[in-house]
Each structure stands twice: as C-alpha cells, then as structure tokens.
Design a protein around this ligand. Structure first.
Ligand code: URA
Length: 208
C-alpha cells in the first residue's frame, strides 16, 4: 500500500535516534474482509520487506490454513513497521559476538507509527481485525485490554486512532479478535492447543 509521503516522513523523523531498521508497508489483499495486525517485523522481515517471511510466518500460515484462508485473502500488517533491536552478546560457536537482537517496540515507537496503521485500517475497512499478540491488542483497544481475558473472542468496538498527541476512539467500529502471536508457540508450545481452539472459534465467525 502506498502511504502519503508526509505520514512516513513524520513517523520516521520522530524516531531518528531509535534502534530500528527496515520499513514494511504491509502486504496482502487491500479488499480483504480480515486484517491481521501484529507487533513489529523481525530480522528477516526487515531485510526483505515481507511480513512474516521468517520462522513465525510458518506458524501464521498454519493459522490461515485452519481458517481456510491463504495470504492472498487477508491483509497483514503491524503496529510498528521497522524492526526494533538492541545489541547483545551471542555465542553461536562458543565465541562471543555482538548481534542485533529483537526487542519489543516501546510505547513511543508504537505511537510514532500509529498514523500508518490508522491510515491502513481506514483504507481497508476490514470487517474483522485479528490482533496477533498483546502489543497489537493494546494498540487497538487500549492498555486495559488483556490477552488472557480476550483471546479467541470477538469484541465489537471502536479502535484507538492517533489524533495529534493522544489516542482517541475511532467513529467506526470493528469486530476485533485477539489471538496469541505466532512466535508465542516457540516459547510456550502448550499454547498451541489454546490457539487452535481460538482459531476454530474465529473460523465460525468468519464464515457467518
Ligand atoms: N512479527 C510481526 O509483527 N511481523 C512480522 O512480520 C513478523 C513477526
């Protein structure tokens, strides 16, 4: 999706000193009924510009298969469009090397990139928004939204939009469904069962 150049310039200039790399616009079907919103790109995504082309992409593809969908049927984007990283020591062959390590985006980074997501939601006008992980859920429904309470259920609600220096609720309402982030199964494989139940609940709703 093409963004007005001033939105990109404004987002990037607010974060010039931050440890961020790459820039993804999002990918998929701009007429989609369903929009997936995740956290921020990882290393592979920042390199290629393609959302979920790394390890967690295989898990996301399994979500789509369970839903009876393919990438061409949905739009995939994220709260932050650049990879947040920090420098950290790793020992791949026993020898210490400094590497860029993924980190969670900060509130400031999420807020700085908010106009991009606002623009995209308004352009696509999805019937259903699927948030992947807690960062995306809170970006949309505010900091009181909790994954543990909301996963696998639909919340008919406005979403947060950035207006000047604050978030405000959108006038449009959406069906928002929270799912665990695909990468969550790497840290907690037992979540896969819960995720499958959530996907089956979501499938019933998407078919209505
Ligand atoms: N997490 C995201 O939010 N986006 C990706 O593209 C990959 C992982």
């Amino acid at each position: 999706m093409q963004f007005p150049a001033e939105i990109i310039a404004q987002c990037q200039s607010a974060l010039e000193t931050h440890q961020l790399e790459g820039f993804l616009t999002g990918a998929g079907n701009e007429d989609a009924d369903i929009m997936f919103i995740a956290e921020a790109p990882g290393e592979k995504e920042a390199e290629t510009g393609e959302p979920f082309c790394g390890r967690s992409g295989k898990v996301l593809d399994s979500y789509l298969t369970t839903l009876g969908l393919a990438r061409k049927d949905v739009y995939i984007t994220s709260a932050v469009r650049s990879r947040p990283f920090k420098w950290g020591e790793r020992r791949p062959n026993g020898t210490p090397v400094m590497k860029k390590i993924n980190r969670k985006p900060t509130e400031k980074e999420i807020f700085a990139h908010a106009p991009l997501l606002d623009y995209q939601i308004a352009a696509i006008r999805p019937r259903i928004i699927v948030s992947l992980g807690g960062v995306a859920l809170k970006r949309l429904l505010g900091n009181s939204a909790k994954m543990s309470m909301m996963h696998g259920t639909i919340h008919h609600s406005p979403v947060q939009n950035r207006v000047k220096n604050n978030y405000q609720w959108s006038t449009e309402t959406y069906d928002v469904c929270a799912l665990y982030h695909p990468a969550a199964v790497f840290y907690n494989p037992s979540l896969r069962e819960v995720i499958d139940e959530d996907l089956h609940a979501l499938k019933t709703i998407t078919e209505l």
